[in-house]
Design a protein around this ligand. Structure first.
Ligand SMILES: [Cu+2]
Length: 261
């Protein structure tokens, strides 16, 4: 209820329900704290004003009510952390997708955009060649080599994923720290140069969802907005996995890569 009032983007991933539940609880908890402490503050303004207390008390409060309140707050926070946050985290870590239907994509952040790198029909990512790096296109940004496994790789400026299949996005950066954030999937991961960190989720709704850069990364930070398009599986297989045909050896595979947005 509070989530909707705060304008949380549409939920479109399998695990997102748990994230929303936790946010809903936290928002209620914070709302109660806000009302409680604000009321107490206003009460103090009147109860301890100069007129009611012409002479200052050097002893102060003797009741332990505030300590008990504080202990209560700590307890509720411990329940939130141990009961909900840890459970959510445990579920995330335990459910790392390993099945054959898992989609694998690399997301490389650069100033200022994202290159989405699909392994193509052979299911294997190509290598990189530093001599090919330039700013001409998302493909040139990462300097993909078209030799070997890279021959059939597909590079896009936007992300496309199939509905209902677990997806692992390996997030990294070419230059500074970015953050690959897809709010509707309730997921975000820092893109750190030199590290490739997997983040995974299962889209459960077709449609277009916003991707943003979640780390202030320079003057073009706001331009790093992208779109995740969730499509039916058949469409994804036809476009990114060679139509489900047996992968041909890389050397003879036709180059199906398209460049740009
Ligand atoms: Cu960025």
């Amino acid at each position: 209820m509070i989530n909707e009032a705060l304008g949380l983007p549409e939920l479109a991933s399998e695990h997102g329900q748990l994230v929303d539940q936790m946010m809903e609880l936290l928002n209620w908890f914070i709302a109660i704290l806000l009302v409680g402490w604000s009321t107490f503050f206003v009460f103090c303004l009147f109860r301890f004003n100069r007129k009611a207390n012409p002479k200052a008390s050097y002893i102060g409060v003797r009741s332990h009510a505030s300590s008990h309140l504080e202990i209560g707050v700590v307890l509720v926070e411990a329940i939130l952390l141990l009961g909900f946050a840890f459970r959510l985290w445990g579920e995330r870590v335990d459910n790392y997708p390993t099945g054959d239907d898992t989609v694998r994509v690399r997301a490389i952040g650069y100033q200022f955009g994202w290159a989405l790198h699909y392994p193509g029909p052979d299911g294997k990512f190509g290598e990189f060649d530093f001599n090919k790096v330039s700013g001409a296109s998302p493909e040139a940004q990462i300097g993909l080599s078209r030799e070997g496994h890279g021959a059939d790789d597909i590079i896009r400026g936007q992300l496309t994923l199939p509905k209902g299949r677990p997806a692992i996005v390996y997030v990294t950066s070419k230059d500074v720290i970015h953050n690959f954030a897809i709010k509707s999937m309730r997921i975000a991961q820092d893109a750190i140069p030199g590290m490739e960190v997997p983040m995974w989720f299962t889209p459960i709704k077709e449609g277009d969802f916003d991707i943003v850069c979640g780390q202030l990364c320079g003057s073009g930070h706001a331009a790093m907005a992208g779109i995740l398009t969730v499509v039916p599986n058949e469409k994804f297989v036809a476009e990114f996995e060679g139509g489900g045909k047996e992968a041909a050896p890389a050397a003879t595979t036709e180059v199906v890569a398209t460049v740009g947005n």
